[in-house]
Design a protein around this ligand. Structure first.
Ligand SMILES: N[C@@H](CCC(=O)N[C@@H](CS)C(=O)NCC(=O)O)C(=O)O
Length: 372
């Protein structure tokens, strides 16, 4: 085996993160759907009992399930090429990774599943393409689509919350657009791990499904260009005068990004607070949760309020698996660096997320996130 095989799909949210990383790293890979006999026989048994994409088979035949684990693997071989070395930029980079993976699921699911007139045929085509030959494509696709529609509700996108989900997203678009009008990537002229996290919802769903794609193309041209740029190996800096391939000097975090984070904080902070409380409550009730027990995708629901609207959503341990990277990095900083980060997070209305920790750690064992 000489190249990487990426098991994924163009419409998959999480595949977008790993794909973009492989492209930007100029790693040679081929992307295939997870529906071949080889996948079932050789790859699936190595995935720790969870069938999810993205999963890769490395050039040496190792199977890695989970987008963050895939990136960790190649980043460690790559001298952490896509992690800024300075305090504020590194915190912001890691924070955008959490936001991308967990913080935009409501708009991503809403704009896919609640606009049938625009999206239905497009989505159905892709769900049918997952089904191996000789099986009933229509029926199996319909079953899977129903499950995913339900998952969208589970993330809190229900009729009562649609107006809020839409207004938050429609206000986010111009803020992201202003940022990408002046900077090609989040932190300058080079993508960081945060860009790879953020591309997950903004490519497979929000930058590709017909309804949200039309919104992005008509209302946020520079954001759309970033989505394209994230899927190209070259830096693709055409419209910018500065062509250097580097992060901004002097640990600068642009005001445009602070504005984006202040907006994201409106639901990211209350949701993270409520999820933390729900998961810690659940942990307390588990009398015999042995170390290395798999951490399931959700451990119950949590309820929080955003702009007067109550939202109930799945409480997901994975959010805290990634958030801990932000918190651990903060603890590794010097006191003056921590002070700089404190003022930055304060300006972003994100201070609180540094205190939100679970009572049990989460690690990885044999391709699963596990309770430590
Ligand atoms: N934490 C995983 C999540 C992967 C994930 O949930 N992928 C979706 C497709 S976008 C999937 O395979 N869902 C099927 C399932 O979880 O059963 C990652 O970041 O790779």
């Amino acid at each position: 085996m000489s190249e990487i095989t990426l098991y994924g799909s163009p419409l998959s949210l999480y595949t977008g993160k790993a794909r973009s990383y492989l492209i930007k790293s100029r790693l040679s890979y081929r992307e295939v759907l997870p529906n071949s006999p080889h996948f079932e026989e050789a790859v699936l048994p190595e995935m720790g009992g969870r069938r999810s994409i993205p999963t890769v088979e490395t050039a040496t035949g190792e199977v890695i399930r989970d987008g963050s684990a895939i990136i960790d693997h190649y980043e460690s071989l790559n001298d952490n090429l896509f992690s800024p070395r300075t305090a504020k930029q590194n915190i912001i980079c890691k924070l955008f990774d959490v936001i991308g993976m967990e913080g935009l699921l409501r708009p991503a699911m809403h704009y896919r599943w609640n606009f049938d007139d625009f999206n239905r045929e497009f989505i159905q085509f892709h769900f049918e393409s997952f089904v191996p030959p000789n099986l009933d494509k229509q029926e199996m696709a319909a079953q899977r689509m129903n499950q995913m529609r339900d998952a969208g509700r589970g993330f809190g996108a229900i009729p009562e919350t649609f107006p809020l989900v839409e207004s938050l997203y429609c206000d986010l678009l111009p803020k992201l657009n202003s940022h990408f009008a002046t900077h090609p990537y989040l932190l300058g002229n080079r993508p960081c791990i945060g860009d790879f996290g953020l591309i997950a919802p903004l490519y497979g769903h929000l930058g590709r499904d017909p309804k949200p794609l039309s919104l992005m193309q008509s209302q946020a041209i520079c954001l759309f260009r970033w989505v394209e740029r994230m899927n190209r190996p070259e830096a693709d800096l055409g419209e910018f005068s500065d062509q250097h391939d580097s992060y901004l000097d002097e640990d600068k975090v642009p005001d445009t990004l602070v504005e984006v984070l202040r907006h994201v904080a409106k639901d990211f902070v209350p949701e993270t607070t409520a999820a933390c409380c729900a998961i810690n409550g659940w942990l307390q009730e588990q009398e015999d949760l042995d170390p290395y027990t798999p951490a399931e995708r959700g451990v119950g629901m949590c309820t929080f309020t955003v702009e007067g609207q109550s939202i109930t959503a799945l409480a997901q341990p994975y959010r805290f698996f990634l958030l801990k990277r932000v918190q651990d990095y903060y603890l590794s900083l010097t006191l003056p660096e921590q002070a700089d980060v404190d003022s930055l997070l304060n300006a972003c209305d994100m201070t609180k997320i540094m205190q939100l920790t679970l009572n049990r750690g989460i690690g990885r064992l044999r391709n699963r996130e596990v309770w430590l």
